[in-house]
Structures are given as structure tokens and as C-alpha cells.
Design a protein around this ligand. Structure first.
Ligand SMILES: Cc1ncc(COP(=O)(O)O)c(C=O)c1O
Length: 390
């Protein structure tokens, strides 16, 4: 009988650390800068709360989603596009970028899109930030600016809020030749406060052209203050300005994941180098175009928000709860008790809002402005919890 050669072959030597990894050995191969990354802390989901407390009704006002849901036109567009999902999408998202350009009076070459603005922010850092260069971010703000900087091995410099607002003068004082990126959130998540057109322009004047200034306007569509920045107008004047926005809020498409940024065509072209080939899927591209065409849904969302904003601010004040004037679709208020305790009690009653400990604000809570009924339900639950603990 002939023995097959392959059967007698020696097995390759096992890898040194076989059979598996442990915490220490995996750190030897992991990138060092990623060790400092903190996992994103999301708001509580309906499923989590149902599993923990089984409340009769659950109201989710913890993640700044659109309480009116999604535009019916977006849903129809998604349905119509479903038979095409065997095909790759347009990697350059041409129709969507054209629609965004048309809606904002700019050129498609000034528009980039991503899988949520989370991805857009990381792409900007990946395209421009060299290891060790400085990234300026605020304290008490959206965590993904710091994430984007750290993931590219940048040096994070934090500027405190001043009177619960972004301190752009404080930012300007920290600018150096090593500052490559500045992330500004307007209105700020989680405070809802904003900086003005004049403040933004003064900061842009102070920054060199080689410092890229990213203004994240995830909630910008809700702002109605007359001095809120008309940021798109500034694009022509300041070639280092990038404006990031999202379809997750006023367009009601958080689950679909679509974000975008505007900027100088050369900056946008550089950012495209780090893009994965099909980062915005076929359904989402179609949905984005349909959403932009539905002015009625946007107007209703805005009207609901403005009404709810006034109502909640008034009602919180009536209860003696300090709250910050907001330009966004949420409102931030202070309580005597640590917010995590208050929010846990609310969860038991099926009311999801957000404790701001992960934002560094131990006694502050953030509630999304809901429909009139959701807002009333929130106040009822809040009253019950405050009187039980008071
Ligand atoms: C200020 C800010 N920017 C960006 C995002 C992320 O948005 P997206 O869903 O587009 O990733 C959020 C999400 O809540 C946010 O609050």
C-alpha cells in the first residue's frame, strides 16, 4: 500500500501563544493609542428596560430620536428600492450628494457622506490627523470627537464649558501650530446651548488655515435663534471649515445611519481617500434623497419640537428644576439627586431619559422633546419619582 505523501507531512509548528489569547497577550499586538478609548455609552434601549422592569408602557426619550418617527415618503422609497439590493450601490453616492448640494446651495464636490455622522467624524480624522497632532475638544460634549482623535493617535486637549456654553475664546487660546483638528458641537449635546455666528467667525479668524475646524450641527435644523451661525455661508470664506450634519435627528432616520459633511472640494476629495468603497448602502442613499424632498415632515417635526421645547422648559421651571435654554431637540435639567439614581427610578416607570454622568455632569439629566403626549407622560413620571424621593 502506498502511503500518500501529504499524510506523512509534519504539522506546522503551533503559534507560540496557542491555543488562544488572554488579556495580557492581546495587548502586545493591539495599537497602543486605542487602549485609551472608552466604549460609547448609548441611551437605554426599549428591550433593556422591558427585560429589567417589565413596565406597562415604555417611552423612549433618551437618545434624541425624532418622536414623529420617519417620513412616510422615506418608507415608500425604501420599499421601492428593496428589489435592487442584490446590486452594489453607487460608491460615490452621486444622487444623494447632488440632492444635498441642491438643498444647501453648494456643489456636490463640497459634500461627503458616511454611515452616520459618527463615521464622517472618524473619516475626517483619518484623512488629516497625524499621530501626535493636537485635537481640541470641549468638556461635557459628544464623546465621538475625542474618540476620532484618539483612534488616530492624536493628542486631545479639552476646553471647559463656560456657563454651560462652548467657550470659543478659550478654544482660541489653546490653538498652536500643532493643532490639526478642532471639533465644535452646535447646539451642544447635551446642554442644548449654542455659540453665535459672530463667535464662530471670530474663532475661524483666529485659527490658521492648516487647522481644520469641524462644526457638528447634528441638531442645527432645530435651532431658531437669530444669531445661530449661518455656517454654510462661511464655507467660501474659510477653506478650513467643515460642517457635519446627520439624517438621524430631524429626518428621523437614526436606524438607517446617514451623516454628511460640507467643506472645500479639496478637503472633501482628501477625505474620500479613506472611505471604504460602499460606505453608504443602496437603501440609505435612496432614503436620503426622499427625506430631503419631504419638506412637510421636516416642518411638522420642527413645529412639534418648538412647541414641546417651550412647554417642557416652562414645566421644569415650575417644579423649581434648573434647565438650560435649548436650541436642540432635547432639554438638559439639574436635579438634587445624582441623575443616575433619578433616571433609574424613571426607568422603573417605563420612562427612558438620559443621566449625564458619562458626559461629566453628575447632577444633570437630558430628556428628548417628545410628542405632547410623551412630554406629559414624562412630567407625570418625573413628579411621581420626585415626590417619592422628596
Ligand atoms: C452632536 C452629535 N453629533 C453626531 C451624532 C451622531 O449622529 P449619527 O447618528 O449621524 O452618527 C450625535 C448622536 O447623537 C450627536 O449627538
Amino acid at each position: 500500500m502506498q502511503i500518500k505523501k501529504s499524510a506523512t507531512k509534519k504539522k506546522p509548528a503551533a503559534a507560540k501563544d496557542a491555543p488562544g489569547w488572554d488579556e495580557k497577550s492581546v495587548l502586545r499586538v493591539a495599537r497602543r493609542c486605542t487602549q485609551a478609548l472608552k466604549p460609547y455609552v448609548p441611551g437605554k434601549s426599549i428591550e433593556e428596560v422591558r427585560a429589567k422592569y417589565q413596565p406597562a408602557i415604555i417611552t423612549k426619550l433618551g437618545s434624541n430620536e425624532n418622536p414623529l418617527g420617519t417620513s412616510a415618503k422615506v418608507l415608500s422609497a425604501l420599499e421601492a428600492a428593496l428589489p435592487n439590493v442584490s446590486l452594489y450601490p453607487d460608491g460615490a453616492s452621486r444622487n444623494l450628494r447632488q440632492a444635498l448640494a441642491d438643498a444647501n446651495g453648494i456643489k456636490p464636490g463640497q459634500v461627503m457622506v458616511g454611515n452616520g455622522s459618527d463615521e464622517v467624524l472618524v473619516m475626517i480624522a483619518a484623512a488629516f490627523l497625524n499621530p501626535g497632532e493636537t485635537v481640541l475638544v470641549s468638556e461635557n460634549t459628544f464623546s465621538e470627537y475625542e474618540f476620532s482623535g484618539r483612534v488616530l493617535d492624536g493628542k486631545i486637549v479639552k476646553i471647559p464649558l463656560r456657563g454651560m456654553r462652548y467657550d470659543l475664546k478659550g478654544f482660541a487660546k489653546k490653538l498652536t501650530r500643532k493643532t490639526k483638528l478642532v471639533f465644535l458641537c452646535n447646539p451642544n449635546n447635551p446642554t442644548g446651548s449654542y455659540f453665535t455666528h459672530r463667535e464662530l467667525e471670530a474663532f475661524l479668524c483666529a485659527a490658521s488655515r492648516d487647522t481644520l475646524v469641524v462644526v457638528d450641527e447634528a441638531y442645527g435644523e432645530y435651532a431658531d435663534a437669530p444669531d445661530f451661525p449661518r455656517s454654510v455661508e462661511l464655507l467660501g470664506k474659510y477653506p478650513n471649515l467643515l460642517i457635519s450634519r446627520t439624517f438621524s435627528k430631524i429626518f428621523g432616520m437614526a436606524g438607517l445611519r446617514l451623516g454628511y459633511a460640507f467643506g472645500d472640494p479639496f478637503l472633501i476629495r482628501e477625505t474620500a481617500r479613506v472611505k471604504t468603497p460602499f460606505n453608504v448602502n443602496l437603501l440609505v442613499q435612496t432614503a436620503g434623497v426622499a427625506a430631503l424632498a419631504d419638506n412637510d415632515f421636516r416642518a411638522r417635526s420642527l413645529a412639534n419640537n418648538h412647541e414641546g421645547r417651550e412647554f417642557l422648559a416652562r414645566e421644569l421651571a415650575k417644579r423649581g428644576l434648573e434647565n438650560i435654554p435649548t436650541q436642540a431637540n432635547f432639554i438638559c435639567f439639574r436635579t438634587e439627586r445624582p441623575a443616575v439614581d433619578l433616571c433609574e427610578d424613571l426607568l422603573q416607570r417605563g420612562m427612558i431619559i438620559r443621566a449625564l454622568r458619562s458626559f461629566g455632569l453628575e447632577y444633570w439629566n437630558r430628556v428628548t422633546i417628545g410628542t405632547p403626549e410623551q412630554n406629559r407622560r414624562f412630567l407625570q413620571a418625573l413628579d411621581a419619582v420626585l415626590s417619592a424621593s422628596g
